[in-house]
Write a protein that binds this ligand. Sequence first.
Ligand SMILES: C[C@H](NC(=O)O)C(=O)O
Ligand SMILES: [Zn+2]
Length: 589
Amino acid sequence: AFYNETQAKLFLKFYEQPARIVFNEFMEATWNYVTNITKRNRKNMFQKEVEKSQFMLYFGSRARLFKTDHFQNPDVKRMLSKLQNIDKSALPTEDLQKYNRLLTYMETTYSTAEVCLDEGPCIPLEPDLEEIMATSRDEKELLWAWQRWRDAVGRQIRPVFEHYVQLSNKAAQYNGYKDMGALWRAKYESNTLEEDLKRLFDELQPLYLNLHAYVRRSLFRYYGPEVINLRGPIPAHLLGNMWAQSWDNILDIALPYPKKPPEDVTKIMKNQHWKPEKMFQEANIFITSLGLLPAPSEFWVKSMLEKPADGREVECHASAWKFYRGNDVRIKKCTEVTIEDLLSIFHQMGHIQYYLQFQNLSVIYQEGASPAFEEAVGSVITLSASSHKHLLSRGLLSQQHQDSEEEVNFLLGIALEKIAFIPFSYLVDVFRWKVFDGTITKSIYNQEWWNLRLKYQGLCPPVTRSEEDFDPGAKFHIPASVPYVRYFLSLVLQFQFHEALCRASGHAGPLHRCDIYNSKVAGKMLGDVLKLGSSRPWQEVLKEMTGQSNISAKSFLSYFKPLLHWLVNENVKQGDILGWLDYSCSFEE
Ligand SMILES: C[C@H](NC(=O)O)C(=O)O
Ligand SMILES: [Zn+2]
C-alpha cells in the first residue's frame, strides 16, 4: 500500500523529535568514548549505535513505501529520498555489530598506537611523531618515524580492513548501491562527479608539476644526490608531514628568497604566551567580525581543546561535533601552539558555524550542501586569516610591508599547503573506490596504493614495501572510514568561495592579498549559504552565491597565477624536468 502526500508530511513531522533524541544520545555516547577510551564507554557506544540503527531502519524502510512521483511538494520528496539512505544501519543486527566492532578496532588502534624507542619511552602520533616529521631535518630520523608509524598501525589494521570492505559493500547493496564507493559518491547528487573530478585535477596539474619539480630541486640541494633523484619521484618521508599530504613544514628548505625569510608566526605565538583557548577565541573573533554567530557558552564548557593531562586515552584527530540539541556544538582537538594548529582551528570553527546556522532546519537537512561545502567553509575563512594583511592586523606579524620577493615567499608557503594537497586529496578515494568495486583486490592493496602515490603525487616509499604493510591504513580517514574526496573538492571550492566573498567585501587587487575580516557583506553571503544546510542541491546554492552553477578551478588558478610564473621561470632556469621519468626511489635496484 502506498501512502499519499498528506501522510508523508505527517510521517516526516513525526520523525523530527524522536530523531533528535536518538541522534543526541548516540553522539553523546560516541563523544564520551573518543574523549575517554575505556571498555565501558565503548560498550555504551555500541549500545547507542544499535538503537540509532534500529531507528534509522524503521524510518528508512517506511520512507520507501511512498510513491512520490505525483507529490507536489519538492521538499517532501527530497526529505523522503534522503531518509532512505541509511548506510550501515541497513545491515542485519549481527552483521552491524560485527561491523561496528571492526570500525572501532581500526579507529582505536590508530588513535592509541605508539612507537617505542629501543630503550625508553613510547611516543604517540600527536604531538610527538608529527613534530618529528615537521621539524626534523635528519633523513635517518625521519625514516625511523615514518617506518615505525606504519609498522605500528598499518600492519595491525590490514587483516581487519578486508572484512570492513566486505561488510561495507554489503551495507551499500542493502541501500541499493553496487558498492560503498557508489554510496559515497551519491552524496554529491551529480551524475558527472568522476569526470568533473578528472577535469579539475587536469586543470590543476601544471601547478602541481611545477611545484613538485621546484621542491625536488630544493630537497636535492639540501639532502644531496644520494637521497634525491632529479628525474625521479620524491621519497615520501622528506616533505614535513607523516603522509606527505601538505608540505608547508619544509618552507625553510624550499624558500625562494632565503635572504628574506618570513617571520616565524609559531615563535611569535609562543613569545606572546598564546594558549589553545586563545587560539579558539581568535577564530571566534574573526567569525563574529563577519556578523556570523559566536561559539555558544556550551562550546567553551564541553569541548576538548587540548590533549587531557590526566593520562586518559583519547582520539586526537581534530573534529567538530553537533549534538542535535540547539547550541550544543563541540570541537575535539589535541591543540599545540603553532600556526598550523591555529589555521586548523579556523577550519574546525567553520564546521561549528555550519552547525549553528542550520540548527533550525529539519534533522534531515542538518548537513552541508555537499560534504565538500562543509569542508570549504572553514577553509575559506582560513584563506583570509592566513593572509599577510590579516596576521599583521592581529599582531602575529610585525613587518608592515611585503616586497615582491617576500610575496613570492608567502605564496610558496600557501602553495606548499594547498597545491601539494591536490593529488593526495584526489587519490585517497580513487584508491578506496577501486577497493570497494573490486578492481584493487586485497592481495595488492599496498602495491596499488604506491602505484597511485607515484602516478598522482610523484612520491615513492623511502624503504621497500610489501603486502605485509598497509600504508593507506596509516592515514586516519582509512581506519576511521571517513570519505576523503570532499577535501579535494573543498580545495577548489574554497578558492571559488574566497573570490566571491572577496568581491562582495569590496576587495580590489590580487586575490592572495584579500582579507574579508570585518566584512558584514561577505558574512551575510556566507551565512545565507550555511542556513540552507542540505535542503537544496549544492549546484543551486553555489549559483546563488557565486553566479556559477558548477565547481571551477578558475579561482584557484588565479590566486596562484603570480607564483606559477615564478615557478616556471625557476624550473627553466634550473633545467628541471616536470614529472618523474624514473619510477622509484634510488634505494631500489
Ligand atoms: C585534510 C584533513 N582534515 C581533517 O581531517 O580535518 C586531514 O587532516 O587529512
Ligand atoms: Zn573538516
